[in-house]
Ligand binder design. Structure first.
Ligand code: ASP
Ligand code: MG
Length: 473
């Protein structure tokens, strides 16, 4: 059986030609190292060059609004120059460089056509937006593959679709189809059998009809774990410019510390709850196949990073990490006496789902028949519109209020399950700090305890809990 490692590099890792060279060296080193250990393959997944995805998003909307074809040309030229510069810096071999430059030119040309189309129509659909924003990864992969080639490695670049990432047409947040894994194996394994290094464009996939889709922001992680699961890789390594998964956001908590080992379930809770280190869906594919993930630090490649695996660690620490989602809003809905609480809840969640509003937390107070939900503030207006429509055909809810001055927080740790007193400790830490709690919820997995405080109390609350559980030690 083949043993393979999948390695993914984020946008910061491939920010310019010099960094791309560093990445290529890491790939070479990893290839040699894994070969020594009897492994015989490496799959590389790349993000777009740093900030390119943001730039593409901004420009696609701007172009649709302004309809200025000249400006499209200007933008396309800038984009082309930036990628050509990176290629020239990274690729030593003249012949390879010329091939890559041609590739860049062709790809950028395709994007220009699409942008001009959007310009003339003055309309940006979700489908055309996905096509445009996929160009960051479409352009990065040939440059990285070319760099590897010019260092003597046999690399080939693939788009998400080439690699078999076949998805539904849910643009902006596409889901893998059920037979995609087989397609991925069929595309990747022959390359590995041929001793090639596939360099796959992350973040993007395509429908079975060949229409480009994207997997959601930060989706290159997800590409890597999808491929890792599909080909039964030994490990998936996600290279980032951070130490690994941390006990808290180091920008907020002064003594935040790297967590050396964490279970899939815990990592999943953290990524769903605001820790921007991993794409929220990235854990799911590898968890099924028990492929370990390693989050590695580009700035300290020899560091072991964070290992994510199946078993919860045997530890004294019940609570391991704290995360917060800062831009949240609470909506309190009162239904008293009008309908049964399940009826009210059913209506609320169905209108929110129809509007694509993601609910982060729910809690229900039965005596007042009141339901509180937490959502991202960016979706508040949409949520309110949806809730207002509930009463259109007869009264279901009595009243509702909303407040954006709140922050949702979550304490995560597998050992919290069945350990009495953890919630007590969390809430005394908050009580001692004079912080009042607006809402509480705990999933029955007991892997997290989540609560909501006023925005101005959030950092203090996080520090108090981090200290209470000695998360930094
Ligand atoms: N380039 C994409 C983004 O910025 C995907 C990724 O970086 O993982 O969201
Ligand atoms: Mg990124």
């Amino acid at each position: 059986m083949r043993r393979v490692r999948v390695m993914k590099f984020g946008g910061g890792a491939v920010a310019d030609g010099k960094k791309i060279k560093t990445v290529a060296n890491l790939i070479r080193q990893s290839k040699e190292e894994t070969e020594e250990k009897g492994s015989n393959g490496l799959v590389v997944v790349t993000s777009a060059i740093f900030e390119i995805t943001d730039i593409l998003h901004e420009n696609a909307s701007r172009v649709a609004k302004e309809g200025d074809v000249e400006k499209v040309k200007e933008f396309v030229n800038e984009l082309k120059n930036r990628h050509e510069t990176a290629a020239s810096e990274a690729i030593g071999n003249k012949h390879v460089l010329n091939v890559v430059k041609k590739e860049i030119e062709e790809r950028v040309g395709g994007m220009e056509k699409a942008l001009v189309g959007i310009c003339l129509l003055g309309e940006l659909t979700a489908r055309s937006l996905d096509y445009i924003v996929s160009f960051g990864e479409r352009l990065a992969a040939p440059i990285l593959a070319g760099t590897l080639q010019s260092m003597g490695m046999d690399a080939v670049h693939l788009t998400g679709g080439d690699a078999g990432i076949i998805t539904n047409a849910n643009y902006g947040n596409a889901q893998l189809t059920s037979d995609a894994e087989e397609t991925i194996r069929g595309r990747i394994m022959p390359l590995l059998d041929d001793n090639k290094i596939p360099v796959v464009s992350g973040y993007m996939g395509e429908t079975k009809n060949g229409i480009t889709t994207t997997l959601g922001r930060g989706g290159s992680d997800y590409t890597a774990t999808i491929i890792g699961a599909a080909i039964d890789a030994d490990e998936v390594w996600l290279w980032k410019e951070t130490e690994g998964i941390m006990s808290a956001d180091p920008r907020i908590i002064r003594n935040a510390r790297k967590i050396p080992y964490i279970s899939y379930m815990e990592a999943m809770e953290l990524s769903y709850f605001g820790a921007s280190i991993l794409h929220p869906r990235a854990i799911e594919p590898v968890m099924r196949k028990r492929v370990p993930i390693r989050v590695k630090n580009l700035l300290k490649p020899e560091d072991t990073g964070t290992l994510i695996g199946e078993e919860p660690e045997k530890t004294e620490k019940a609570a391991k990490a704290i995360t917060l989602i800062e831009n949240t809003s609470i909506i309190n809905i009162a239904g008293a006496g009008v309908r049964s609480i399940s009826d009210v809840a059913a209506r609320i969640f169905s209108v929110l789902a129809d509007e694509g509003v993601e609910v982060i937390m729910i809690s229900q107070g039965s005596s007042e028949r009141n339901i509180s939900i937490i959502i991202e503030s960016a979706q508040l207006e949409r949520a309110i519109g949806a809730i207002q429509r509930i009463n259109a055909e007869g009264t279901v809810i009595r009243d509702f209020t909303s407040n954006s001055d709140v922050c949702a927080m979550s304490v995560v740790g597998a050992e919290m399950a069945g350990t009495p007193g953890v919630a007590g400790e969390i809430f005394s830490a908050l009580g001692n700090g004079g912080i009042s709690i607006i809402m509480i919820s705990q999933g029955s997995s007991e892997f997290n305890i989540s609560f909501v405080v006023k925005k101005r109390d959030a950092y203090k609350a996080a520090q108090a809990i981090h200290d209470m559980f000695e998360m930094g030690m």
